[in-house]
Write a protein that binds this ligand. Structure first.
Ligand code: DX5
Ligand code: ZN
Length: 220
């Protein structure tokens, strides 16, 4: 079985107590940081300065999810902060392959994300260029929405391609992940799970363990 990762999203954290919130999720694998520009999505969160400070104080590495226009211009700057991974949206990037190469050249893992309505077929032949693929399981922009099971065929296609070609590409899901829906996503082939409200609503360390156990019981 491939290793599994649980990445809590600090979109659901208390923003004015961020350092304390980061400590509450220190048993997770990575911190998922949702960058929103109020253009690509109708919501506004963190910019590079805040991401840099989160990186300074976080006990675990950062998984940055850029929901921004023109990532070709802005994403490399996030990689330069020294974060672990930078994921940009396929719908927003002019040249996803060149951008992924730039991110890797700056020392970050390169990720590509697709919204629920965006097909994955054009990217299946390009998987070698990426370290992770993020299949959005809600419309990006807000936490607390319901998981969309109709996105699961994309994960199955990705898992099949990754296995067939022996690739080490992480398959991530983001949106509406709970102890119930994580089972569906794990069975479809996901190995990296972003969870915001389901982690921060309860006691985060307990919720992280429960998510990990539920995913492990159904993973590939
Ligand atoms: C949504 C963000 C998610 C969000 C998930 O656009 O990309 O990372 O924080 O939140 P939950 O887990 O509450 O759906
Ligand atoms: Zn996200």
């Amino acid at each position: 079985m491939a290793p599994l990762r649980i990445n809590p999203s600090i979109l659901a954290a208390d923003f004015v107590n961020m350092q304390r919130e980061l400590e509450r999720i220190s048993t997770a694998d990575l911190v998922h940081v949702d960058v929103m520009d109020n253009h690509f999505v109708p919501n506004l969160t963190f910019g590079p300065q805040m991401v840099g400070r989160i990186q300074d104080v976080s006990p675990i590495p950062l998984d940055v999810h850029l929901m921004i226009d023109d990532p070709d211009r802005w994403a490399p700057g996030y990689a330069e902060l020294g974060v672990y991974s930078v994921t940009f949206h396929a719908e927003a990037a002019a040249d996803p392959v060149s951008l992924a190469r730039e991110l890797r050249a700056r020392g970050a893992r390169a990720g590509i994300a697709v919204k629920p309505g965006t097909g994955i077929e054009p990217y299946l032949d390009l998987l070698e260029e990426f370290d992770q693929v993020l299949v959005m399981t809600v419309e990006p922009g807000f936490g607390g929405q319901s998981f969309m099971p109709e996105t699961m065929p994309k994960l199955r296609a990705l898992r099949e391609a990754v296995e067939a070609r022996g690739l080490d590409v992480w398959l991530q899901v983001d949106g509406g992940i709970t102890e119930e829906t994580i089972v569906t996503a794990a069975a479809a082939g996901a190995d990296t799970f972003v969870a915001g409200s389901s982690v921060f609503r309860g006691e985060p360390a307990e919720r992280i363990t429960a998510l990990r156990d539920a995913a492990a019981a159904h993973a590939h």
